[in-house]
Design a protein around this ligand. Sequence first.
Ligand code: GRG
Length: 299
Amino acid sequence: MSLAPARAAEIESWLGEARAWTDRELDRLLPPVGSEPRRVHEAMRYAVFGGGKRLRPAIVRLVAAHCGGTEREAALVAAAVECVHTYSLVHDDLPCMDDDDLRRGRPTVHRAYGEAVAVLAGDALLTHAFQLLARSGPLAGELVGVLADAAGAAGMVGGQDLDLGATRAGAPTSAEVARIHELKTAALIAASAEMGAIAARSRPTERIAAQAYGLALGRCFQAVDDILDVTGDAATLGKTPGKDQAAGKATLVAVLGLDGARQRARELAAEARRAAEGLGAVKGDLAYDLVAHLLERRA
Ligand code: GRG
């Protein structure tokens, strides 16, 4: 079910607004330019302001608004989640992990600043995220718990470990790939949605529905990412395409082939739309239509 061109343009425009809002909040909330340790702070900003889509902060903002919250209530959470996401990219690009030279169309952080500074900038971004959440008054404890679960060994770090292990083991099953996607990518997107609901002080049932929506959206997002690794080009993606395939990574395309992966992505999109309905969204609402936008994305 693809989006009408006018609706696709509205979603693009809304995402553009969310991106500009995220950039302003990050600029306000990151350590100031020129402050010590100067190189680490500079590398943090280089990593953060490299032209990312800001999808996770957009989801925080969308869910917070859907649950009756304000932009102001969502700001710290949105910045925190993007700091965690950016740290994961900086560390993932390191020679000991994916060893990538290009990210968001520019040299990766270790290429621009050296490996040691890249490790420290990633560490500092991860730590800064929790420092931001600590400023959330009575909600801080709950937010910290949700983000720590999603980012740590039970979430993103665990997914990265499975991913590295699967690359070495060869011939993954589709259940293994689904688990890697869930932990490596969907856990943080699920946390973004859940924290948006928490920031809006919503009821527990709404928080659970938000978490399920983020998880489904994240699984669909990563399925499309696996497909784009095969079908995308460096100029549009801003990163090196074909790397997953060349490295023998456990991707959806590796287990299902390209057509099978496309079919699976459509099924995951249908699941995400059902999860959006669980959150009370209907066709024409942003939370619902964002699913088609992510399914059809080119970058
Ligand atoms: C804990 C070191 C460590 C890594 C965690 C996130 C991750 C695992 C690795 C990064 C590489 C990768 C393909 C991750 C899957 C998630 C994903 C698709 C990241 C890219 O997200 P986008 O497309 O990036 O939202 P932008 O650049 O737009 O912010």
